[in-house]
Design a protein around this ligand. Sequence first.
Ligand SMILES: NC(=O)c1ccc[n+]([C@@H]2O[C@H](COP(=O)([O-])OP(=O)(O)OC[C@H]3O[C@@H](n4cnc5c(N)ncnc54)[C@H](O)[C@@H]3O)[C@@H](O)[C@H]2O)c1
Ligand SMILES: N[C@H](CO)Cc1c[nH]c[nH+]1
Ligand SMILES: [Zn+2]
Length: 434
Amino acid sequence: MPVRLDARDPGFEAAFTTLLGGKRESAQDVNDTVAAILDDVRRRGDAAVLEYTARFDRLTLEPQGLRVSLGEIDTAVATVDPDVRDALALAADRIASFHGRQVPQGFSYTDQAGVRLGQRWTPVSAVGLYVPGGTAAYPSSVLMNAVPAKVAGVERVVMVVPTPGGVLNPLVLVAARMAGVDEIYRIGGAQAVGALAYGTATIAPVDKIVGPGNAYVAAAKRQVFGTVGIDMIAGPSEILVVADASNDPDWIAMDLLSQAEHDAAAQSILITDDEAFADAVERAVAIQLASLSRVDIASASWRDHGAVIVVGDLLADAPALVDRVAPEHLELAVTDPDALAERVKHAGAIFLGRHTPEAIGDYVAGPNHVLPTSRTARFSSGLGVLDFMKRTTLVGCSPGALGALGRAAVRLAQAEGLEAHGLSVATRLNIPRF
Ligand SMILES: NC(=O)c1ccc[n+]([C@@H]2O[C@H](COP(=O)([O-])OP(=O)(O)OC[C@H]3O[C@@H](n4cnc5c(N)ncnc54)[C@H](O)[C@@H]3O)[C@@H](O)[C@H]2O)c1
Ligand SMILES: N[C@H](CO)Cc1c[nH]c[nH+]1
Ligand SMILES: [Zn+2]
């Protein structure tokens, strides 16, 4: 059973704090395992990657088998169901259209001192996209990662995806072709993150690694940060639904289960202002769970990490609780979702109204579904074009402009005791040595 809390109870604060601090990823174990794998991949390259792939994905390969061939991609494209291909194409178009609006503009101007100043954006040259594949295939995540990378102008887009038992959903390859992925390797977990970060004989290193994954992938990304850039920590999925009693409990139950079925470590939370509605949703979850093919995963998630919270007044009480959870996905199934949304500061993505199930955002709405989890939405955002770009500033001084600013720079260099700094300006201006 999920935990049931009532915000009006005296013990609520302590219970809610416990919920927030609950460990959904056994951090130390996972970190230690991942550190050992990364170290091994850095030292032994392909040989280590192949061994871990055999151990964790039950797939024995030679180095030349790591890369998915063009022939395999052609076959996938030729055999895909046209209906599914069209759905994928619709998703790709909508994702491209949304992300096209994120492309940042540089600027340049000359200020009053006559200094030319500017800022320009350039793409990262090579990125690694992690596409999860341990327990489910994610063609949609291929699009969510690769489309913004290509919109940003990334030259080399490398995808890794685990293929447990050697099985790879052809749609993953179709999506990769559609989005313009340049290289695909059938590896996953920490070993794939290590291969992308450090490079191996077969896989050239990348500059940045993005994309979601399970606890091992999230830990590996944290640990290679610095050697490469990373986007954020997009770990096991989460949903927080704020719903009043006017909703159909079956709809809300399915929304909660839609994220629970991703991972036993996923988290689904309901906040409502009606005790009877909370009971009805819990009953509906119990019934609908049984019909899901991923019943074991969804049940474990709901039982171990699910929560139902009853508050006195949704508009007054829910936003502060939402902000403390900072959920990956926030669904506002209320009559005036905008009023509630305006009061929320921390959430990866917000879904407005009773007819906007979170799953529409997972596939076809357009915004990215790779979003910050584990309360990191307090300080980070979903994947987007900016994650594939960086900015460079430009400064240009004429002799007059240097004259206007130089003295102040020399003074500050003196104050910092950095003589060469001061002299590099002073010599150009014929200011006497200090
Ligand atoms: N936040 C997001 O935007 C977002 C989007 C899509 C999916 N997700 C999440 O991605 C995750 C996908 O997880 P998954 O497991 O299906 O696929 P995955 O590709 O993330 O992980 C599979 C890999 O995990 C490694 N692994 C598994 N058990 C291990 C162990 N005991 N020791 C070392 N390594 C081990 C293996 O190398 C395996 O290849 C889910 O948690 C889902 O919720 C998140
Ligand atoms: N809900 C996931 C992000 O947490 C994304 C996804 C992909 N496919 C289905 N769902
Ligand atoms: Zn999902």
